[in-house]
Write a protein that binds this ligand. Sequence first.
Ligand code: ADP
Length: 263
Amino acid sequence: MSDPEILLVGLVCVDIINVCQQFPEEDTDTRVLHQEWKRGGNAANNATVLSLLGMSCEFLGTIANSHEKRKLPSIKLEDFEKIDLDKNNYKWIHFEARRGQTNAVAIQQMLEKIANHNQQTDARKRIRTSVELEKAVPEFSILFNLTDYIFVSKDYSKYQGFNSMEEAVIGFQQKCCPGSAIICTWGAEGAMCRDGNGTTHKSPAIPPEKLVDTLGAGDTFTAAAIYSLVMGRGLEEAVDFGCRLAGLKCGIIGFDELKNFTQ
Ligand code: ADP
């Protein structure tokens, strides 16, 4: 396989999935029809989908040596510094921002390190960066003006006071560095992007014939958008492809069948 082109920094974990007849009501007992333990974590899922699309990528995160270990520490600057950015041929490094000030500061430091690397390298070897802000927490605000692409969720947008994806892409872009793009997903309504020139584009969700499993739809969207951008396509096309692949994912269990997807 060729040198990995994309590095995904973030979480790998075990998702314990309980399948029920219907979504349980609060404070009621619900019979579980089926339980599965699956690999999860946003960055790990991004890597899975990118690999299924045929993209060579790597994952950087803390891996437990037992099922029971929880609360794993996230990657710090000194872990990231073990990677020689000159020797690797990464075209893109994506960060999943996790809860906690320590993680946000570590991502800030890693992004600064990449920015320094980019300043000292010729344009062809420049590494593009993105950050995903999904959780509704305050500490992510320091990450806005350091990266080329920012993926924001509906949850985070609402937490920041935006009531629609239109409001969110405009509002967040004012916090970003000039030229960077905002991409906002809004569940079954689709997604929207705004490029560095202020051009916005909305892409509707593409629902499957039968909704089967939405766990990881957002991670599929992010992976598909990064895939398109690394392949040299434009931002609007990347968001359209994100919605198309995420919609397909909602119609299948897990991710494996995305391998059969032909573009
Ligand atoms: P997350 O899975 O992180 O909560 P979202 O719910 O915002 O992320 O979904 C990400 C993308 O997945 C959306 O922009 C949309 O394209 C697609 N998607 C989500 N839910 C559906 C759905 N019910 N039908 C079709 N596409 C969906």
